[in-house]
Design a protein. Structure first.
Length: 399
């Protein structure tokens, strides 16, 4: 049997970034994925924390495809909007490109071996200790491979988590379906700007990618999903055109490929480690994508786990890994859940209030201190501006 320091199951943002960090520590790493690369995965790709890519040594390569640097954000309610600069710039790299750049970087280290088109079918155990993995390749050949650590970076439906029976906590059912697609030829704003449309209790988002190409998405109500997927292109475009000025801006637009849809993402944390194993990325923590944090969160977990695996006292370090992970992820998780649960069709009064605030920012000074109480009394629900305030808050990180 072969022996590695660390086997990582899953070679996308979580797995490849961890492989890079471990290789820099001089560890031997095996990255295994059932997919082949470059390949796409179910995900839009709003990335506001580019410093992770810089630290991993791949930012320049990722940006080479001509990605626009987005320095502004605009949030619409009806036909009014608020807009402002972001603390740092955002990029929207397609996942087939981003994941491939990370994988190639990992593979450039002599001590990193990559096995594509290889599925992990089980773990190798010695008593309660995980000692390795069992794999099957495309030709049906099976093999056992040993390592000191096995890390599950195998996504939200993690098999590694299932094999080790990792406990799940803070669980919420998938909240909202998401549909998205790539469009050419949408009339741009004068400066690249992330646009968020909070309308009819849905969230529309427009992410400018390269010049002339945008990623458009909508989080819809659960009961809309089935019908929308029947004629996804037509339904998506019709719904998107209802957003402020989008009917006009989509005049010459053309969908590239298909509209992609999912019923929703699981929301939970999983136990982060055990004897000989650990979880990172969506395998350890998954949530609704409305706040666009999953990729950044995957990187953050890779950095934390790499630090823990480099410690003399691994047990204490892994305990600290889980604690730090939860401390750093919990605020964003709770904000995401609250954000989605607070979404609903605005009342006429709420829209009027927002419009007057957006039209005359001086009104904010008078209203904001009393806004929460006022709206709670009026609607018995979350304040109107909760969503847009949240979206801005995330740009400042979790602290
Ligand atoms: C619709 C949607 C939109 C999103 N939009 C955003 C966004 O705008 N910004 C953002 O930051 N995040 C977004 N996310 C979240 C983001 O996609 C995830 O957080 C991120 O992909 C997690 O990366 P990962 O490496 O942990 O897992 P994944 O990207 O899921 O990779 C897991 C890998 O494991 C492999 N694998 C699985 N099982 C096995 C096995 N048994 N053997 C071998 N290999 C295996 C798979 O082939 C896959 O390549 C979105 C998610 C969805 C669903």
């Amino acid at each position: 049997m072969k022996q590695h320091d660390v086997i990582i199951v899953g070679a996308r943002v979580a797995g490849s970034s961890l492989a890079i960090l471990l290789a820099k520590q001089g560890k031997s790493v095996l990255l295994v994925d059932k997919a082949s690369f470059p390949s796409d995965t179910l995900s839009t790709h709003h990335m506001s924390h580019t410093e992770y890519l810089k630290e991993l040594g791949v930012l320049e390569e990722v940006e080479k495809t001509g990605l626009r640097k987005i320095e502004r954000m605009r949030t619409y309610i009806g036909s009014a909007f608020v807009e402002g600069p972001r603390a740092s710039y955002t990029i929207i790299p397609r996942r087939d490109h981003l994941d491939y750049v990370l994988l190639k970087k990992a593979e450039s280290f002599t001590d990193v071996e990559v096995m594509e088109r290889t599925t992990v079918t089980n773990l190798v155990w010695e008593g309660e200790q995980v000692r390795g993995i069992e794999v099957v390749d495309q030709a049906g050949r099976t093999e056992q491979i040993e390592a000191t650590w096995v890390v599950g970076a195998d996504g939200k439906h993690s098999q590694v988590a299932r094999f080790v029976e990792a406990a799940e906590y803070e669980t919420h059912e998938p909240l909202r379906p998401v549909l998205y697609g790539y469009f050419k030829g949408i009339e741009p704003l004068s400066k690249p700007t992330t646009e968020i449309f909070l309308q009819e209790g849905r969230i529309g988002f427009l992410f400018p990618m390269e010049e002339g190409r945008d990623c458009l998405g909508i989080e819809i109500h659960p009961d809309e999903f089935k019908d929308m997927m029947k004629q996804s292109k037509e339904s998506f475009e019709a719904m998107y055109r209802e957003h402020y000025d989008m009917d006009r801006r989509m005049e010459g637009a053309e969908l590239e490929g298909k509209i992609i849809g999912t019923k929703g993402m699981p929301n939970h944390f999983r136990q982060a480690y055990g004897k000989g194993w650990a979880l990172i990325g969506d395998a350890g923590h998954s949530k609704d994508p409305s706040t666009g944090l999953g990729i950044n969160d995957a990187f953050m977990q890779s950095f934390l786990l790499a630090e823990a695996l480099n410690s003399e006292d691994e047990e204490t370090a892994l305990q600290a890994y889980q604690q730090k992970r939860d401390e750093q992820l919990m605020p964003g998780f709770q904000l995401t859940i609250d954000y989605i649960k607070s979404l609903r069709k605005w009342t006429t009064n709420e829209v009027a209030l927002f419009q007057s605030m957006a039209a005359n920012p001086m009104v904010w000074n008078k209203i904001v201190p009393r806004l929460a109480d006022h709206l709670k009394a009026e609607t018995g629900d979350m304040p109107l501006l909760h969503g847009s305030v949240l979206m801005e808050a995330q740009s400042f990180g979790y602290e």
